[in-house]
Design a protein around this ligand. Structure first.
Ligand code: NDP
Length: 237
């Protein structure tokens, strides 16, 4: 997919206190973007708060618990106080409960995964839709583990089901926002060296996010509703 040069934009990243979310914030700031970074506990987000000091006026940290719809509404109320609209919403925050075996999948873990990984990005996008600029973009961090066409074994069922549901949310949001020329895509970041990716992961967060941002830059309205990896390669649903 061809990539276009990036111009500074107004971006919001969820789960921005660590992992891929923090790297998104670093690279967006390096490019000159105005960034709203959200996380559950801003007072404890030390790395993010250091970045605020390094980029005065261009980085704002706001609280958001993706699993709580009241928190979405509160963010929608607070957003205009720090930024005038959004060009890019990155639904990055997610949870993976590991070690689940068939016959022993805890209902609470399935509920938490669905609420955080599927309902969360859908409801947050709905709550922030009026703040999204026409022609903007929404990037939902999905996973190849949510690809029904790529299922190989009984791996991480709560996570896999929640990302598959998120993929449907992406397809539906793409339709809902098309008339405003807002492109919505599902993105697989690769197997990345973060707390979630663990020690066996092959790709650095820096490389993954660089590729993801290039992929986002290359997304046009004609690409809305697509499922792409961090190098822009289409994935099966
Ligand atoms: P990490 O586990 O390193 O970080 C997860 C982030 O999500 C943290 O900031 C965490 O906040 C936040 N989060 C979790 N639950 C909530 C919630 N209820 N409300 C707000 N924030 C929450 O994950 P990665 O950075 O590796 O993953 C980022 C995205 O990429 C996820 O959506 C993940 O599914 C996806 N992905 C990652 C892969 C990988 O190999 N790393 C592979 C495929 C997809 P807190 O610190 O408060 O817990």
């Amino acid at each position: 997919m061809p990539t276009a040069p990036r111009t500074p934009r107004r971006s919001l990243v969820t789960g921005a206190n660590r992992g891929l979310g923090l790297e998104f914030v670093r690279q967006l700031l390096a490019h000159g973007d105005h960034v709203v970074a959200t996380c559950r506990h801003p007072a404890r987000a030390n790395a993010l708060n250091r970045l605020v000091g390094e980029h005065p006026g261009r980085l704002h940290v706001l609280p958001l618990d993706l699993a709580d719809a009241r928190s979405h509404a509160e963010l929608a109320r607070e957003l205009p106080l720090v930024i005038d609209g959004l060009d890019l919403l990155i639904n990055n925050a997610g949870v993976l409960h590991s070690g689940e075996r068939f016959g022993h999948v805890p209902p609470a873990q399935l509920d938490d995964s669905l609420r955080t990984n599927a309902s969360g990005p859908f409801l947050l996008t709905q709550a922030l839709a009026t703040h999204l600029a026409d022609g903007g973009k929404v990037a939902n961090l999905s996973s190849v583990l949510g690809s029904i066409g790529s299922v190989e074994g009984f791996h991480t069922p709560s996570y896999a089901m929640s990302k598959a549901a998120q993929n449907m949310a992406t397809a539906l949001l793409a339709r809902a926002l098309h008339e405003r020329s807002i492109a919505v895509v599902a993105l697989h970041p690769g197997w990345v060296q973060t707390d979630m990716g663990g020690s066996g992961a092959q790709i650095s967060a820096e490389s993954s996010v660089r590729g993801l941002l290039q992929t986002i830059d290359g997304v046009r309205l004609a690409d809305t509703g697509r499922f792409l990896d961090w190098q822009g390669t289409p994935l099966p649903w």
